[in-house]
Design a protein around this ligand. Structure first.
Ligand code: HEC
Length: 142
């Protein structure tokens, strides 16, 4: 009984420690953005040949990733090893708008990727990257 209690206490503490580190959780998601966007960028630029199915797969991954980081920005998580600007919490409506713009852009990118028109893909890939840049400009430290 005592052993079980100790074990469940340890588990509880471990899960709290995990939950208490939203900074590394959100960074982990952003790190996953990089190879996906990088591979798409290469195809858009023609460094690697455009492959409709491969690009659509990447666009689908990106659309899924675009749902994830925002849950890891709880109030008070702007201390420590983070580049998040305090405006995330002081201007919540603007922050939400930046998130919504980004989600809308990635959703549209997935759509055009599935359709497979490379010209439309190029335009929408650029528009999507703009939503990354715009948010970083306002809400991430350089
Ligand atoms: C709505 C705002 C927003 C959008 C959109 C956004 N980011 Fe970020 N990003 C951030 C913030 C805030 C941080 C800083 C996180 C921290 O240090 O706690 C960040 C950090 C990062 C990092 C650094 C992670 C690390 O290891 O420290 C990368 C890479 C990144 N973003 C890539 C992207 C890419 C690529 C896109 C678009 C496909 C994107 N982001 C879209 C807000 C955003």
């Amino acid at each position: 009984m005592k052993k079980m209690l100790v074990a469940s206490l340890a588990l509880l503490m471990a899960s709290q420690a995990f939950a208490a580190d939203p900074i590394s959780q959100r960074k982990d998601v952003f790190k996953q953005y990089k190879p996906v966007v990088g591979a798409m960028g290469k195809m858009v630029k023609g460094d690697t040949p455009y492959n409709k199915d491969e690009f659509a797969k990447l666009a689908t991954q990106l659309e899924q990733l675009s749902q994830q980081p925002w849950q890891y920005f709880p109030a008070g998580s702007n201390a420590g090893k983070t580049d998040a600007k305090p405006e995330i919490w002081s201007k919540p409506a603007d922050w939400q708008k930046a998130i919504d713009n980004h989600k809308a852009a990635t959703a549209k990118l997935k759509q055009v990727a599935l359709a497979g028109d490379l010209a439309a893909i190029k335009t929408q890939f650029g528009a999507t990257q703009q939503t990354c840049k715009a948010c970083h400009k306002d809400f991430r430290k350089d």
